[in-house]
Design a protein around this ligand. Structure first.
Ligand code: SF4
Length: 702
């Protein structure tokens, strides 16, 4: 049976069972939804990424469909400081249109901003970008994916000429001889992925993990490199140094398929393993073992994730691992390569179709005249009317309500009050707005600040497409109608576009939006022109680029050439530098942040699922027992973690799996346990990604 066989019919009659995908992370595990009486049951489905597995989040995802906290009517706030009250859709939409009109009349179109999310479907991400550029005519649109994958995206674009997280199918992991995972913890963040790692290990392959914590993934590794946070770049350069000194570089590949190696060779000459051992704490012998394990096998894969990316030097850190992979001749070689593990559900598709500040659909640049011409033609507008590039997410949020910044903000699928770095400052900026509109299915912490809250559909109630971490475009399929009073994000955007002055109406039907997206992306790096819903339904998805409906898709990239002007990949020399905020006498410890298995992102959804709440009821601070003894802290004792920006309070959790100079806090909780009250808003100069993964703190009993 194909995926499409169970698809919801187009006659409006909903089936009792659909094959769809999990609403949460970028693995997009295959699942079957069944309507049984009033209930919706979830069952795992054999799909190439999850191979019949689901994690606890996927199993329990349907619990939110009829959750008592679910929003089923718009909410309005009549005056600042007043309570939100239920309202009808016409009143809510009229209020938004009047508020946007007042702001635009007084301050111009750039005084209105849009903030999207990496969980939105491709159709929503596309429609949001078009709504901002054509209806609102603002340059200010960006999204929370800027905080997740933008550093790997920038590194991939500059090295390979394209950013597709995995340029090969995930199943290649199981066939590799060596897998190097850098700053990734899939055993907790996407557990079914470990089925591929298990296959690798059962075949005798080696797993090597680079992580400051002995995570659930690192504990399964054949070798765990445990560097000081913020020193991954030096580790990568040391691995390349070893490859050079031991004659392990693939010189024929470097000569035939790359440019710029000589400068990189000179840069890494000083990264002797013994030097990097003193800097990072990783034994020189382990660096040598790792370089040999990658270079002396037939098939080796290097994967990076947020641990490498979320730094003020994240682009350069990822670049250092890309340089290593290129020097070993991995990208484009069967069963080998470099890839980034994307995190959010549509983190890949969400960064391709126009909700990024500098981007038009198809992964085109908004400052490219040819791209503007093409997309403007699809949208039926004069290219000269399209705004120019805006600013990355944190800069956008940090400018809200200031004299030079936007005064109205529309938020779709994001909760920056919990997820933004230096979150108290962003919370204050949101409070300074003249108009804040939030579309969400639940009252998130950001929705609590809004003037207007709009209730939206959930994944089991919508059709559309998502693009998973492999660049495989998938179908999301609706099982049931949404509850009365709830609308889809597409319907909301279309209704607002109808009420606002603007040249062209927005379609609200997802298939119609996808057809337009295909035309808008045609010829771009992320070309979806040859992808149709029927084609996706007939198989297990379609990999982009796919320019021709009758031509092949591309599960594997770079086999013959790289999509750069000369067809070669480009090395870039990168050098280690310290974290933006070094430790000192007042703040002597490093804080690093991350996720736990049973929660997802800002927790708006997963904190409301009973089984997940039982499994992970609240925030905590992980400390090494030696550090805890020095501080006089016992397991479970409430502690304060204080940085120059704020503090978090949570119980201590003692574990020998963390370095004694580092503490860890998960970022899923609001209030006193909000990790992002403490994190640093230093940004990568290329990607705009904040330095979530390291800042200087002190810890004391609360
Ligand atoms: S691993 Fe990700 S996609 Fe799979 S069930 Fe868990 S949250 Fe859902």
């Amino acid at each position: 049976m194909t995926d499409g066989a169970r698809t919801a019919t187009r006659t409006g009659v909903r089936p009792r069972e659909v094959a769809t995908h999990c609403p949460y992370c970028a693995l997009q595990c295959g699942m079957v939804l069944r309507a049984t009486g009033d209930r919706v049951e979830v069952a795992p489905r054999d799909f190439p990424t999850n191979r019949g597995g689901l994690c606890q989040k996927g199993w329990t995802a349907a619990e939110l469909l009829d959750h008592p906290d679910r929003l089923t009517t718009p909410l309005l706030r009549d005056r600042p400081g007043g309570a939100l009250r239920p309202a009808g859709w016409d009143e809510a939409l009229d209020r938004i249109v009047a508020g946007l009109g007042a702001v635009r009349d007084r301050h111009g179109p750039d005084a209105v901003a849009v903030f999207g999310g990496g969980g939105l479907t491709n159709e929503k991400a596309y429609a949001l970008g078009r709504f901002a550029r054509v209806t609102l005519r603002t340059r200010h649109i960006d999204y929370n994916g800027r905080w997740c994958m933008s550093s790997a995206a920038a590194a991939g674009n500059r090295a390979f000429g394209v950013d597709r997280g995995l340029p090969f199918p995930l199943a290649d992991l199981g066939r590799a001889d060596t897998l190097l995972l850098v700053g990734a913890n899939p055993a907790e963040t996407m557990p079914p992925l470990m089925r591929h790692v298990t296959e690798l290990r059962e075949r005798g392959g080696r797993l090597i993990v680079v992580d400051p914590r002995a995570t659930a993934t690192a504990r399964q590794a054949d070798l765990h490199l445990q560097p000081l946070p913020g020193t991954d770049l030096a580790v990568a350069n040391a691995l390349l140094h070893v490859a050079l000194t031991e004659g392990l570089v693939d010189r024929a590949y470097v000569a035939a398929r790359t440019t710029g190696f000589d400068e990189v060779r000179r840069t890494v000459a000083g990264y002797w393993p013994a030097v990097v051992e003193r800097l990072s704490g990783v034994p020189a012998a382990d660096l040598e073992t790792t370089a040999r394990a990658l270079a002396t096998v037939d098939r080796a894969i290097v994967l990076t994730a947020r641990g490498a990316e979320q730094h003020a030097k994240g682009v350069d850190t990822v670049t250092a691992f890309v340089n290593l992979a290129l020097a070993l001749g991995l990208p484009g070689r069967p069963g080998s390569g470099y890839g980034c593990l994307t995190g959010q559900g549509n983190g890949q598709g969400g960064r391709e179709h126009g909700q990024k500040a500098d981007q038009l659909p198809g992964y085109r640049r908004i400052d490219d005249p040819a791209a503007r011409e093409h997309v403007a033609r699809v949208w039926g507008v004069d290219p000269a009317t399209l705004p120019g590039p805006g600013v990355p997410a944190y800069q956008l949020l940090d400018s809200l309500g200031t004299p030079a910044g936007p005064r109205a903000l529309l938020v779709f699928g994001s909760n920056p009050v919990v997820s933004a770095p230096r979150a108290a400052r962003i919370e204050a900026r949101l409070r300074d707005l003249d108009l804040l509109v939030v579309a969400d299915l639940l009252r998130s912490e950001t929705a609590e600040l809004a003037d207007v809250v709009l209730p939206v559909t959930q994944w089991a109630e919508e059709d559309g497409t998502m693009t998973n971490l492999e660049g495989r475009v998938l179908r999301r399929r609706a099982l049931r109608e949404p509850p009365a009073g709830v609308r889809s994000d597409l319907e909301i955007l279309a209704a607002l576009a109808d009420r606002l002055p603007g040249p062209t109406p927005l379609p609200s039907d997802p298939r119609e939006v996808f057809e337009e997206l295909r035309r808008a992306s045609a010829g771009g790096p992320a070309d979806y022109a040859g992808i149709t819903w029927d084609r996706i339904d007939a198989d297990t998805g379609v990999f982009w680029p796919c320019p021709d409906p009758d031509g092949p898709d591309h599960p594997r990239l770079f086999t013959d050439r790289f999509p750069t002007p000369d067809g070669r990949a480009r090395f870039h020399p990168v050098a280690h530098r310290p974290a933006a905020e070094p430790v000192c006498a007042d703040y002597p410890l490093h804080l690093t942040t991350g996720r736990v298995l049973a929660q997802y992102q800002s927790g708006t959804q997963t904190r409301r699922v009973a089984a997940l709440r039982r499994a992970a009821p609240g925030g905590f601070v992980e400390l090494h027992p030696d550090l805890a003894a020095r501080l006089g802290v016992a397991d479970g004792t409430p502690v304060r973690v204080v940085s120059r920006r704020g503090e978090l309070r949570a119980p201590a959790r003692l574990t020998p799996t963390i370095r004694p100079d580092t503490v860890f806090a998960p970022f899923h909780w609001p209030g006193a346990a909000r990790a992002n009250s403490v994190t640093n808003d230093a940004l990568d100069p290329v990607s705009g990604m904040p330095e979530f993964k390291i800042c200087a703190v002190r810890v004391e009993p609360a």
